[in-house]
Design a protein around this ligand. Structure first.
Ligand SMILES: [Zn+2]
Ligand SMILES: [Zn+2]
Length: 141
């Protein structure tokens, strides 16, 4: 019994036409497929780059946006001394612009900056229609 593997993959000569004629509206702005976050080369210091690399997960998306904006424009001032937490009253906040410490944030599941409950902004995220990125997936047969 001869078991032969038919090399069908090479038969897929037809390429996906990627250069679609753009019949849509021609805009002078950024390309439609670009995300709202334009992580392009702006003049950021290495320090700011490191800050940008660190994820901010303890704050809600709006606050996160504010903080990332501050980081990007070098307006992000790090704390020299721990700040007082509005929840537990301890000087435990090491994160700038935060009003509650990490422990309280975790305990209460809220934003460390505006104290909005996590469930609120997660629901808001779920409700918000996420813009569908026009990404053509490879049709792998
Ligand atoms: Zn606290
Ligand atoms: Zn917030």
């Amino acid at each position: 019994m001869s078991w032969r593997v038919s090399n069908d993959t090479q038969a897929l000569g037809a390429r996906v036409d990627m250069t679609r004629t753009s019949s849509g509206s021609r805009k002078s702005g950024p390309p439609a497929y670009s995300n709202s976050y334009a992580y392009k080369q702006t003049h950021v210091s290495t320090e700011a780059k490191a800050l940008l690399a660190t994820p901010i997960s303890s704050v809600c998306p709006p606050c996160r946006g504010v903080l990332e904006w501050r980081k990007r424009f070098n307006k992000y001032k790090t704390l020299t001394v721990p700040k007082k937490c509005v929840r537990c009253g301890g000087r435990t906040i090491k994160e700038p612009y935060h009003v509650a410490c990490g422990q309280c944030v975790r305990k209460e599941a809220c934003c460390a900056k505006c104290l909005t409950a996590r469930t609120v902004w997660q629901q808001a995220l779920a409700n918000a229609d996420q813009p569908v990125v026009d990404s053509e997936e490879d049709a792998e047969n």
